[in-house]
Design a protein around this ligand. Structure first.
Ligand code: SF4
Ligand code: SF4
Length: 349
């Protein structure tokens, strides 16, 4: 199972689309003992996959060191890279996946995440490449300032083996998603899908565009749950020892699934029975996309429909573009090995 482990409730940045910190609502640092964490994991999971999360997880490097020294697991981290020097290389080299927050070219990235953050992301990328980490992943937040073709192409070019993104539609004020998608995003997806196909035809390899790997994975098997696993295969451990279905819902009642003080698996938080996903032809490829949005519907029903429209169009454009090669591409080892529950990408943007 995937465990997103909060090391801190704070972040040292204030990116445009994210509060970054959870001020006052949860303890700043874990208040449970490592014994409690270890006992809990021993009781409920034979093969834990722990991804350090926050806030910015490297604000609490000693906790990361203690956990990694003590608990046998597959490890990953989602970080803004600014404090990467605080964790010694012998810990970096143990990671399976390092997800680095970065939005695209330097000027664009720094306008959203803060001056100097791009350079730090690239610094950490070089370090994890040198250490031979299997999955160095650029983790982008995408909104109406983004140019998906420019940004993804740039990050692949500078050396990210994998690029993943999330549309910034979960907890920000509603913006003109359909207008931007029609003008910019969907034409960009088309160009990325063409590059993906051409690269495959030229080299036999698949570019590490994570959402496309996700679609290929779903083409074969189909998602039976939200691809991030929230509420069934993936949970977040909050600093107070409580367990929630989704990492961005530390305070939402519906998301509460248990605590590490109970020696049992957290309860399943179901996809809501009235979600349109149950009747949706795209469920196989989308899996409901995001449990948080299905519960919170921050943009209301109309906004939810807009998000679904963009998801469906993205799926259609990808499948139309790679067309005849779907079968062979979906059997590629890259697709076999891709598992959102292992690298903590959510597959569907
Ligand atoms: S496209 Fe929308 S309705 Fe369909 S499965 Fe995805 S989230 Fe659910
Ligand atoms: S995709 Fe949605 S439900 Fe899943 S972890 Fe992200 S915010 Fe939570």
């Amino acid at each position: 199972m995937l465990w997103l482990l909060y090391t801190t409730a704070k972040c040292n940045l204030r990116c445009k689309y994210c509060g970054g910190s959870w001020p006052d609502s949860i303890p700043e640092k874990p208040i449970y003992s490592l014994d409690d964490l270890e006992n809990f994991l021993n009781n409920v999971d034979d093969e834990p996959n722990i991804v350090f999360y926050g806030g910015e997880p490297l604000l609490n490097p000693s906790f990361i060191v203690e956990v990694m020294d003590r608990i046998e697991a597959t490890y990953g981290i989602q970080t803004n890279a600014t404090l990467h020097h605080l964790l010694p290389p012998r810990y970096w080299e143990k990671f399976y996946a390092v997800l680095i927050s970065v939005d695209g070219p330097e000027e664009f990235n720094d306008s959203r995440r803060g001056k100097g953050t791009y350079k730090k992301s690239i610094e950490l990328l070089r370090k994890v490449i040198d250490l031979g980490i299997p999955r160095p992943i650029a983790r982008m937040a995408v909104d109406n300032e983004s140019d998906i073709y420019r940004d993804v192409s740039h990050l692949l070019k500078v050396g990210f083996k994998y690029v993943h993104w999330q549309l910034s539609v979960d907890w920000v004020e509603r913006w003109d998603l359909i207008g931007w998608a029609t003008r910019s995003y969907l034409p960009g997806i088309k160009k990325l899908a063409e590059d993906f196909l051409n690269h495959y035809l030229e080299t036999g390899e698949l570019l590490g565009i994570v959402p496309f790997l996700g679609f290929l994975k779903a083409y074969k098997k189909g998602w039976e749950w939200v691809p991030c696993g929230a509420g069934k295969h993936a949970y977040s451990i909050i600093t107070d020892g409580s367990i929630t279905a989704c990492p961005i819902a530390p305070n939402e009642k519906w998301a509460r699934a248990g605590t590490i003080y109970e020696a049992e698996r957290p309860k399943v938080i179901p996809i809501p029975h009235d979600a349109p996903c149950w009747r949706c032809n795209y469920f196989k490829y989308c899996g409901g996309r995001c449990l948080y949005v299905l519960y919170e519907k921050f943009w209301g029903n109309e906004g939810f429909r807009d998000i679904c429209w963009v998801t469906k169009k993205t799926v259609d454009i990808f499948f139309d573009t790679v067309g005849d090669y779907l079968d062979e591409m979906s059997s590629h080892p890259e697709v076999e090995v891709y598992d959102p529950l292992k690298d903590s990408t959510e597959a569907v943007p």
